[in-house]
Design a protein. Sequence first.
Lengths: 308, 329, 307
Amino acid sequence: MRKEDLVALRDVSFTLDKGERLGIVGESGAGKSVAAFSILNLISKPGYISGGEIRFDGKDLTRLSLQEMSEIRGNRISMIFQDPMMTLNPVLTIGTQMTEALHAHQQISKEEARQRAIDSLAEVHIPSAATRIDQYPHELSGGMRQRVVIAIALITKPPLIIADEPTTALDVTIQAEIMDLLMELCNSSGVGLILITHDLGVISQMTERAIVMYAGRIVEEGDTKDIINNARHPYTHGLMGALPQKTTPGQRLNQIKGGMPPLNEIPKGCAFNPRCPLVDDICRTTRPDYTTMGSTRVACHKALSEES
Amino acid sequence: MFAFFVRRLAQAALVMFVISVIAFSIQDNLGDPLREMVGQSVSEEERQALRDKMGLNDPFFVQYWRFLKNALQGDLGTSYFFKRPAVDVILDKLPATLELVFGASLIIIVFSVPIGVFAAINPRHWFSKFAMAVSTVGISIPVFLTAIMSIYIFSVELGWLPSFGRGETVEIFGGWTTGFLTWDGLVHLILPCIALSSIMLPLFIRLIRAEMLEVLESEYVKFAWAKGLSPKRVWFVHALKNTLLPVITVGGVQIGTLIAFTILTETVFQWPGMGFLFLEAVNRVDTPLIIAYLIVVGLIFVVTNTIVDLVYGLVNPTVKLARPHGGDG
Amino acid sequence: MVAVKWQQFMESAFYHDFRRDKIAITSFVIMCIYVVACYAAPLIAPYNPYDPTIIDIMDSEIPPMWLDGGNSRFLLGTDAQGRDLFSTILYGTRISLTIGICAVLLQGVLGISLGLISGYFGGRVDSFLMRLADIQLSFSTLMVAIIFLAVFQALFGTELYERLAILMLILVIGIAEWPQYARTVRASVLAEKKKEYVDAVRVVGLRPVRIMFRHILPNTLSPILVISTVQVANAIVSEAALSFLGLGMPVSKPSLGSLINSGFEFIFSGSWWITIIPGIVLIVLVLVMNLLGDFLRDVLNPKLYKN
């Protein structure tokens, strides 16, 4: 590491089986997106990966050349970005932006690529795909654009997709549609999914396993149902309390007090200690190690047992 | 497309109208055709009679209408000095100026795009730093000083290149003379074209680099990387086109400045173009020629700006040509 | 009071950045030397170039001191009329700088007022003013200035023109460049208008003029500061170009541009210094101002108007 660097991620390690769906949850600034973008080495400058390894299909992705990485990107691992209004290039047609992904990874004729693109658009339920393909992004609504982005991600039939908050920029009514579509496509083609979100509700519907992140660290990891039903970490508890459906109507949402610390002000000991309702002396001095409790792994001195 | 064209045309007509009013006011105040036609010996009564006959005592609007009608027929009066129709005199000099502008534009385009793009892609490369440093110095040297210094170095001291005139030209069609087809003509073009481009080139290098840097940070470029595209495709298909869109707009605005700079360049190199002619006309108070220059230059501005707008509309899919200037969306 | 402000300034991030930037410091020092030297010209200059009685035509075209034929009486040599080049340059720089600064003040007053009006009232006023700005910009300042001055000169004759030259140059450059300020200020006003405090003071019942000058204007200061530096440089270049064309300062009271013009024909006979030395003085002046402008832009990082 270089001098004056700020650490965005520390000790983040997780595994994902073929076709598995994993959720990464946390507030903004927790490092979810950085973790996701690190996988394909797409972190914005001046950020960089200072150490660790990311293994995929037996290869360490952090050691690949740009050339080798390009063969993984969009081909073996695809990404879906947050804001579909910004993700598509305004001056290229939908068709160009779809077929170029195919041409980059496969020997395929122009006609065939175009047909694949049309099929792909139909798969994400875009009506009259054959005419849409020649349009420009600005002619499509936000929801439609995100469908196009999903179609691009799936067009090469990758085994894994990373979706970075794919619905936060969309209207509430469209959010559910997009999530359903993503779920449907993952199920039908057996694609693995890493879903990044700040919404535990989405995680519980979409994923089999979940990771809760706080201030660049994993604080809790395990089967989604265990995390939802039996959260061990006070932070996860806090996130659950902030869900609208967990609150009696008319009451205020149970927000966790305070906010995520900036990278240069992460507190000593457990990073969550200033906001934690269960904080103790040890939390202020010693960073907690991971303990395994049932299916979950949790980093907390005061990890809640099942009864609490 | 049609609606866009009509609107653009209307705007162009409005600008030309304003120019014509200015031109006419100049003529009204500056030119005394009588002084040119008759000597001092003519009596005041005779003068008045002549004025009436020529319509010089008509109301402003009537006179302007007459001026406009003549102007539309290409008649802007007769140059006092050359004793020829002013429009003809100007048009004779047009090829020289346009070739100068063409040569300079060529230099600007050929160098600014690759250098600007390279500097954005490799910001830490020594060449990028060098190019940016040279550009900063470059935009600080006024055009006429570049011209003078290049004459001093390459003509006076080294004696490599000629310092004035167009050299040998050939006529290609309809009275258009070109210096591009003879060796002598080309050699004469080198210094003036470099001088004329000397301030715009660094300006565009800086502009293209800045725009490209911004585009490279955009989400859609990041998404293009995430698709596993080759760097060439990301840079030259995804980023470059978005970079050049604002550059086209600035280019349109800078055409006016470029033509103003031709006056400076032509003065230093005694280049027989419109700008040089214009300054001579000013010194001789040759009103019809001043007016003809105004109108011809105005036309060039309006036409090139319209073309630039059209090109921008064609290149940028988010501009619906039916709805010009429809905001930033 | 002043001491407190000074203390605040010394501790500010701005000053911290400035101290770390060698180019900015160098530019600032050179800039200061220019200002002091040219405004103290009557004290520093060995000769008064405006005094025809001390000019001897026999002294013409003497090269700078360090060259063959140089004369220790004339540090940088003499021009074609026998004036001491060093003194003439000092006085000429003073004229160039004065015109540049005054023209930019005029631009600022015009542009800031029109920009505030345009941004604050919006609607038709706004679209009219901005369209006007577009058209004027597309015609280029220099073109407008050249035509205006050319016509003026033809209209009133060279003699009257020479007497009014400084005023005319300030007016023409000042008026022709207002759109730069207007657009920048308008953009800032639009951004500021959205903020709550403007609504708050409006609710309190302050008049628009008061809101604009007391509350919005202070928040547009950093973009104004950034463009002002570059605008002074541009104004100096415009003045030099106009004077070079013979449409600016007369040779009897030369600015840097007219000095360059007067020496131009002599480079062919070898007397390069009459043109090249004032040329270098002009380039360095413009360069340091552009560098300071770059520094200010990078540090203050305002949202400048973009085309």
